[in-house]
Ligand binder design. Structure first.
Ligand SMILES: O=C(O)CCC(=O)C(=O)O
Ligand SMILES: [Fe+2]
Length: 219
C-alpha cells in the first residue's frame, strides 16, 4: 500500500509506543481509515452477524463476535478453534475487505513484521460493561506471525501482561485508530480488555460501542 493512504493532513501524527519486547501500539495509525473500516464492519455484519459465544467451560462471553477472511475463530463447549464455515449461517465467512488486509499488513510491517499474511480477522463488538478477560492467543499454527489489533469506536483500557498469568499487567488506553501489534518474544503474552465505560464526552447517539479487529494467521 502507498503511504499516501495514511497521509491525511487533518489527522494527528502517528507515533509508536513500545509496550513490551516485539510489542507496540501504533498510535493514530488507522485514524484516516476509521469511517471506511466502520462502514465495512456494518456491511459484514449483514453477512455474518455478531453473536455471543460459549467458552468450553460453559460461560458466555460478553463480547459479540464475528469474523471475515478464510478462517474465523469460534468457541463452544467443544473448544476454541478456527473454522472456514460460519456455524450460524452455514456459509463461508465473508471475504476480508481489501482495506482491512492493507491496514493489517502495513501495521505489521511498521512494527517490524515484514511478511504478515493474515487469513483470519476476528471482529469484536464491545457494548458498555463488556470485557475480555486476560488470555493468550494460542490457537494459531505459526507463532512467528504477529497479532494485529485495530481499535474503533469507544476508547478502552488494554491490559498487557507477560507469558505467565501471574506476570505483572500493564494498562494502556486505546483510542480509535490505534493499532496494537505484538509478536516475536511477546506473541504469547497474556492480554485483555477492561470493562468498557461510556464516553461521557461523545456526541449523543454516537460512541456507545467499541469494535476491535484482530488479524491473525491461523494456518
Ligand atoms: O479487543 C481487543 O483490543 C483485544 C481482542 C483480543 O485480545 C482477541 O480478540 O483475542
Ligand atoms: Fe486476544
Amino acid at each position: 500500500m502507498t503511504r499516501d493512504l495514511f497521509d491525511d493532513e487533518c489527522s494527528p501524527a502517528p507515533w509508536v509506543q513500545e509496550i513490551g519486547e516485539d510489542a507496540v501500539i501504533l498510535r493514530h495509525f488507522a485514524i484516516a481509515q476509521v469511517d471506511a473500516l466502520l462502514e465495512d464492519i456494518h456491511n459484514l455484519q449483514d453477512l455474518s452477524p455478531f453473536r455471543r459465544q460459549q467458552t468450553p467451560g460453559g460461560f458466555w462471553m460478553s463480547v459479540g463476535m464475528s469474523n471475515c477472511g478464510s478462517f474465523g475463530w469460534i468457541s463452544d463447549r467443544k473448544g476454541y478453534r478456527y473454522v472456514a464455515i460460519d456455524p450460524v449461517t452455514g456459509s463461508p465467512w465473508p471475504a476480508m475487505p481489501d482495506l482491512f488486509y492493507q491496514v493489517a499488513v502495513e501495521a505489521a510491517e511498521q512494527a517490524g513484521f515484514k511478511d504478515f499474511v493474515p487469513d483470519a480477522c476476528l471482529i469484536n463488538r464491545y457494548e458498555i460493561g463488556t470485557k475480555m478477560s486476560l488470555h493468550q492467543d494460542k490457537d494459531e499454527q505459526d507463532m512467528s506471525q504477529p497479532i494485529v489489533s485495530v481499535s474503533l469506536g469507544l476508547p478502552a483500557v488494554f491490559m498487557f501482561g507477560g507469558q505467565s498469568r501471574q506476570d505483572p499487567v500493564q494498562r494502556f488506553p486505546l483510542f480509535q485508530g490505534d493499532v496494537v501489534v505484538w509478536g516475536g518474544r511477546s506473541r504469547l503474552n497474556f492480554h485483555g480488555v477492561r470493562p468498557l465505560k461510556a464516553d461521557l464526552n461523545a456526541p449523543n447517539g454516537q460512541g456507545d460501542v467499541r469494535y476491535n479487529l484482530t488479524f491473525r494467521k491461523a494456518f
